[in-house]
Write a protein that binds this ligand. Structure first.
Ligand code: SF4
Ligand code: SF4
Ligand code: SF4
Length: 337
């Protein structure tokens, strides 16, 4: 059977029409909160910036001090302060201080940066070797350095820019908060929540933390209210004056929900938190992939196009070079007078 260029292009067009036809996408359902999901409620209006949580995190996870950034460079000294500017390969939890104009506590607000332990984590979806996994019971997103191949897809996939890479190590790993999973498995609470003196970092079941968050959203500025300390339901509490909240809990719905939940007195965008839709990125990207690869039509079309291009280029390369422009003209006779 002879297939000329026109037939081939018709075939490609028909295939493309099939591939792009409104076939039902193989969208997978959203992932639900794990049955025993635990997390942290961070309340920026209670945070005093003491950084006891940062110190406790480093101590509990045997993380080195960071002398490469922040205050030490400003003051031209070395080995004095552990003052990272942000999350890095030596810092899994960071309390940042941000100017907020007229809002917040006198024009500034603290915010905690750490892994959000997404309900449907994009890092887990992107990792090709399952070095990142989500615990089916607690929902904690764990990292297995023995499985990691260092591709850093998780870094690209995370909408919160959380995973950090040990560029300075010969055998680098990814570094991120694992919600003190060993402590939690032993019945303890994360080190940051144990250390926090104000209740700004509170550990508990995610559904209960959401209930506590909504209780706080009903508070009126100026009221005195009781705030639980360390672990929700432990009975430890303190009384504090309410300064007011923006009326939502960051992480309740963002990117399908997260197990670290954030509350603040100023809009979350002012605290560097990305405005994300309610659908998880993992679900969206997997839906697109499943649709593209449905029936392998799109990959087959791509492969066919590549084969055709190679074939055409090879054929053109083998053809005789075009004759010179004057090749068909009659040879001129020499006329010698
Ligand atoms: S915040 Fe980033 S690293 Fe943490 S679970 Fe979500 S996608 Fe993964
Ligand atoms: S849960 Fe543990 S690892 Fe995560 S920020 Fe708190 S102390 Fe650090
Ligand atoms: S320990 Fe509590 S109050 Fe101190 S910086 Fe951390 S979250 Fe804020």
């Amino acid at each position: 059977m002879n297939t000329n260029r026109r037939d081939f292009l018709k075939l490609m067009a028909a295939g493309a029409a099939t591939a792009l036809a409104p076939v039902p996408a193989q969208a997978r359902p959203p992932k639900a909160l794990a049955p025993g999901a635990v997390g942290i409620l961070y309340d920026a209006t209670l945070c005093i910036g003491c950084k006891a949580c940062e110190v406790a995190c480093k101590s509990a996870n045997q993380m080195p001090m960071d002398h490469d950034s922040g205050l030490e460079q400003v003051h031209g000294v070395r080995g004095v302060w552990d003052a990272p500017d942000d999350l890095n390969s030596q810092t899994m939890s960071k309390i940042k201080l941000l100017a907020t104009g007229d809002g917040g506590q006198g024009g500034f607000s603290f915010i905690k940066r750490a892994c959000m332990h997404c309900v449907d984590p994009n890092c887990v979806s992107a990792c090709p070797v399952s070095a990142l996994t989500k615990d089916p019971t607690t929902g904690i997103v764990r990292y297995n350095p023995d499985a990691c191949i260092g591709c850093r897809y998780c870094q690209l996939a995370c909408p919160f820019n959380v995973p950090k890479f040990e560029y300075d190590k010969p055998f680098p790993k990814i570094v991120k908060c694992q919600l003190c999973a060993e402590r939690v498995a032993d019945g303890d609470i994360p080190a940051c929540c144990a250390a926090c003196p104000t209740g700004a970092c509170l550990f508990g079941p995610v559904t209960d933390l959401l209930g506590e968050g909504h209780r706080r959203l009903a508070f009126q500025p100026g009221e005195s209210q009781d705030y639980p300390l360390h672990r929700l339901g432990s009975g430890d509490q303190r009384t504090a004056r309410v300064t007011g909240y923006v009326p939502s809990i960051y992480g309740e719905t963002e990117t399908g929900g997260t197990q670290q939940l954030l509350m603040a007195g100023v809009p979350f965008a002012q605290l560097g938190l990305p405005p994300l839709g309610n659908d998880s990125r993992a679900r969206l990207s997997e839906t697109i992939q499943h649709t593209l690869y449905q029936g392998m039509v799109a990959p087959a079309l791509l492969f066919g196009g590549l084969v055709y291009t190679v074939f055409r280029n090879a054929r053109e390369g083998c053809e005789d070079p075009a004759p010179p422009a004057d090749a068909n003209t009659e040879p001129q006779e020499d006329h010698h007078d």
